[in-house]
Design a protein around this ligand. Sequence first.
Ligand code: FES
Ligand SMILES: [Fe+2]
Length: 345
Amino acid sequence: MTYLRNCWYAAAYCTDVGTKPFARQILGEHIAFFRTSDGVVHGLEDRCPHRFAPLSLGAVVEDQIQCPYHGLRFGPDGACTFNPHYSAIPAAAKVKSYALIERYGLIWIWMGDQPAEETRLPADFAFMADAKFRAVSGYLRVEGNYQLIVDNLLDLTHAPYLHPAFAIPGISAEERLKRTTTELVREPERVIAKRWRLACPPNGPTRNLFGFTDELMDSRAHMHWLPPSLIFFDAGASRLNEAEELGLCLPAMHAITPETDRASHYFFAQGRNMLLDDPHADEELLGILENAFHNEDEPMIAAQQARMGRETDVMALDPVLLKSDSAPVTARRILAGMIAAEQQR
Ligand code: FES
Ligand SMILES: [Fe+2]
């Protein structure tokens, strides 16, 4: 499978990596992450060039990673720095070193051969460092191709069927879809799938967690897709004729990274502009999201992938397309174009 490579992928939470090596597979490549004593994070190819042992099973010794098998050591740039076997260091004794950056509580990795460009990291997730918001975050591994997760997020028409906790009391799934207006905004490297409902009673979490009752609210759920597989979710609800920013604002980050062509890393962070000093709300909110993602979305995506068999591109199976597929299909086309352009270079 070909991926977009000259871009940043979320690799791990900053807190996942310390001075003990941390292994993760990204775009099919095995990588060993570790920190040196100055706190800087590094990522090396997780395969010793001697007998191909995973370096991540070794230890960090004097700011180098030491192979667990015969003790060669490699520095942050991937070059072998120490050979304990009474001979010179062979010229070929080196591993690939990856460019990393820490931002928004995550370690991001650049998988391409062009120089890493810090500016290619989207600014949309600034809410994570904004005192107006408090955020909770989570991770799950999904047994499915990364684009199936993007499809899922860009087409929220699944919510009334797959996520009963988000129901609006007294309004059926069909009625809820009928009362939702949608708009697709296409930009050169962004797709925005906008959805809003005017003058509707609030859904389950808006009531139970944030204390809104039966008053009518205008709600929005706008998904901004950024290539290759990042989503800024601008969601919220406000009282009628109230400015959006004065109501409930729930900005979220969804960062999806292919592990292989049939499994993905899914990092998510959910911000809120209410109940800022309430750790109990952190738990509640995380519980609602984890239930939806772990117990509802993930098993569905894994089941889809299983039915697709070895195929990883849903479009290759000639699927029936509905109007609600326009956003995911547009995003897929833009990404395919970017991958093709990158391959030609
Ligand atoms: S396999 Fe790494 S030193 Fe031998
Ligand atoms: Fe979902």
